[in-house]
Design a binder for this molecule. Structure first.
Ligand code: FA5
Length: 378
């Protein structure tokens, strides 16, 4: 047994000295592996007399257990040390600037949407959304344009094909099936209806989003962006609309000399209706907002439609028009982006050309804030 004790002491010393998990595993194989000295010692039990075995077996088993638990303990210690040194070598100083410029850039339309939300939030407006696949009741009928209304034709609508009942004949129209016609919304105004039906009055919101019309030239694209504004409360009048738009445009264009022209117009869902134009001048081939549109070297650009919400629309959205009045506006986001950031062709907005984006895009981590000026840092 002395030999076994000597072997055990040598093995325990080697285990304690093992500098790595590999070195430790070598010790495990040398002692406990199939041909290891502990395993060989166990095999000798078969050749012993019962008396000898009774004495030797517990001693060998005790050595075996001692070696196994020493290996286990050393393994845990080596693993903890390895983790420690990995953590020490991988420290990250979060206060250091990012080593590489973040990839990608923010599209001017997304930037302008963030700017809108920031400015209107300061005026107490919430942000609402609605579906881009809309039914014709929300897009037209509830906005005081019933099926025969001529204004529907002005919207160049993309309709979905009529639904066909399972195994049945195609119906001449969805209406005949008692279904609503589905379409790609032509403006953000249906969000007015959805929000009033959901929340009732008073209400104060903007609803930015994509809209679709079959239309394309330098200032018209088949998909473009609008922001709807809606305020419904007691004693609301046209003066509130004008002040809101002026305050918004001054903050958005970051200049005080903004002149708005409210031109009498017609929308079935507002009464009276006014179109909103802004004065600008041409500098080179760039339009610069500011000044009176009738002044020398100046002109007007139409940015959107607006007016007092028609009482029939309030009724259809479940709001009592004798108690509440409201104003609404719808602005072309792409147009105001062009005017602020100096692009002259709207179609390039949606070409996905990386050169255009790297020229007109905004830093991926910049957030517009009122305190820093809503425009991106120059
Ligand atoms: C409307 O869409 C009304 N819903 C706006 C409104 C809302 C009026 C609330 C009253 C109350 P209009 O069709 O004029 O109105 O479009 C509004 C703005 O969207 C336009 O002034 C223009 O800036 C922009 N716009 C219209 N068509 C296009 C297009 N194809 N491409 C880019 N911008 C467009």
């Amino acid at each position: 047994m002395t030999e076994l004790t000597l072997q055990k002491d040598a093995a325990l010393a080697a285990i304690a000295d093992a500098a790595s998990l590999e070195a430790l595993d070598e010790q495990r194989v040398a002692a406990l592996g199939k041909k290891g000295w502990v395993s060989l010692a166990l095999k000798t039990l078969g050749q012993m007399s019962p008396e000898q075995r009774q004495e030797a077996a517990p001693a060998i088993q005790a050595v075996r257990a001692e070696i196994a638990s020493a290996i286990e303990a050393k393994k845990a210690a080596l693993e903890a040390a390895e983790l420690e040194s990995q953590l020490a070598s991988e420290t990250l100083d979060l206060t250091l600037p990012a080593p590489v410029r973040p990839q990608g850039s923010v599209h001017p339309v997304s930037q302008v949407m963030d700017e809108l939300a920031e400015i209107f939030a300061d005026l107490g407006f919430a942000v609402a959304t609605g579906p881009e696949i809309e039914d014709d009741w929300h897009n037209f009928t509830a906005l005081n344009m019933d099926e025969s209304h001529p204004a529907r034709a002005m919207h160049d609508t993309f309709y979905f094909p009529d639904a066909v009942p399972d195994g049945g004949q195609p119906a001449s129209s969805s209406e005949a099936l008692g279904q609503k016609k589905m379409l790609l919304r032509t403006h953000t105004s249906p969000v007015q209806i959805r929000s009033m039906k959901e929340q009732g009055a008073p209400i104060r919101l903007i609803a930015p989003g994509r809209v679709y019309r079959s239309d394309s030239d330098a200032t018209h694209t088949p998909m473009f962006h609008q922001v709807e504004g809606l305020v419904v409360d007691r004693d609301i009048h046209l003066g509130h609309l004008k002040w809101t738009l002026e305050t918004f445009f001054k903050a958005f264009f970051e200049r005080e000399d903004i002149t708005l022209r409210l031109r009498p117009s017609y929308f079935p869902f507002t009464e009276p209706s006014v179109e909103v134009d802004v004065g600008y001048s041409n500098e080179g081939n760039r339009r610069v907002v500011g000044g009176h549109g009738d002044a020398e070297g100046h002109d007007w650009m139409e940015l959107g439609g607006s007016g007092m919400v028609n009482r029939r629309v309030l009724e259809m959205a479940g709001v009592d028009p004798d108690e509440y009045q409201g104003f609404a506006f719808g602005l072309g986001i792409d147009r105001i982006a062009m005017l602020k950031y100096g692009m002259n062709d709207l179609r390039a907005f949606f070409d996905g050309d990386p050169r255009w984006l790297s020229h007109y895009g905004f830093g991926a981590v910049d957030q517009p804030t009122l305190s820093a000026g809503v425009g991106a840092p120059s």
